[in-house]
Design a protein around this ligand. Structure first.
Ligand code: IPD
Ligand code: CA
Ligand code: CA
Length: 266
């Protein structure tokens, strides 16, 4: 059964409330106001409304906690030990194209450590939850990362830089090195779902650069609590700070890391 802690309850309530409006907006996507934050980087009235709802709900339940919000930035709370990290809509490009692969991402940081995470796809009604020491869950089912230890059998996932990205060349080298070694490569367009799918054993591994803390925070604890291994792309532990991720089970992580690292010198 899903762990039923007060923290997770608060997070689930906030996500479900924001999800109701997101689902409505998704059904009428052509009516949304969309602005461009940068090349290939969009924000819509749906992102902003969802973030506002999540912020209101979390503040009502935990008035002192601070925030790191994708759209609203850093908000200091009176309690310096706790901070919510929120991406109200991860997979905005999918959302705006009518592709039902996007998620709400909420994590709780305590003294600099992620202690709870939620990823919710309102269209499939898949709710991924994890809390430190209590395991990771999809709806009511306990999650475990995949057990495959052979790269040749692995389905791996990554993110592809778009028009605003800085490292198209690096991606081309990485994909050239990885694709002949694995059973399949996928790209969903939502870092949050990519990480949740690693936790659920659907993807054997995932790597991506140029991400932000709100893309990654919930997924880090989902994967760890599902028994997986997560680092930044330098094989270090500063995932949120570096904004990069390499996640897999413990046996696949090193071989994939080696392939990716070697691709840099190819
Ligand atoms: C994006 C998604 C995507 C990743 C991008 C992110 P957004 O987040 O997670 O999968 O490749 O780098 O920016 O903009 O949809 O919240
Ligand atoms: Ca995001
Ligand atoms: Ca977003």
């Amino acid at each position: 059964m899903t762990p039923n802690s007060p923290t997770l309850t608060v997070m689930v309530q906030a996500a479900r409330k924001a999800a109701r409006a997101l689902t409505r907006d998704f059904g009428e996507v052509e009516n949304l106001q969309v602005s461009v934050k940068g090349p290939g980087d969009f924000v819509s009235s749906a992102d902003l409304r969802a973030e506002e709802t999540i912020r209101e709900e979390l503040t009502r339940a935990r008035p002192g906690y601070g925030f790191l919000l994708e759209e609203g930035g850093e908000v200091k709370g009176s309690d310096p030990t706790h901070r919510w990290i929120v991406d109200p809509l991860d997979g905005t490009t999918n959302f705006l194209h009518g592709i039902p692969m996007f998620a709400i991402n909420i994590a709780l940081e305590r003294n600099g450590e992620i202690v709870a995470g939620l990823t919710y796809n309102p269209i499939t009604d898949e709710l991924f939850l994890a809390e430190k020491g209590k395991g990771a869950f999809l709806n009511d089912r306990r999650l475990r990362v995949a057990a495959r230890s052979d790269l040749t059998q692995a389905v791996v996932c990554t993110g592809i830089p778009h028009i605003g990205g800085k490292n198209h060349g690096r991606f081309s080298k990485e994909i050239a090195a990885v694709m002949p070694q694995v059973a399949g490569v996928r790209r969903t367009g939502s870092c949050a779902l990519d990480m949740a799918f690693v936790a659920a054993g659907r993807f054997d591994a995932y790597w991506e650069w140029e991400l932000n803390a709100w893309d990654l925070a919930a997924g880090v604890i989902l994967i760890r609590e599902a028994g997986g291994f997560v680092t930044d792309m330098n094989n270090g532990s500063d995932i949120l700070g570096k904004g990069s991720v390499l996640a897999a089970n413990e046996r696949l992580h090193r071989p994939l890391y080696d392939v990716l690292r070697k691709s840099a010198t190819a």
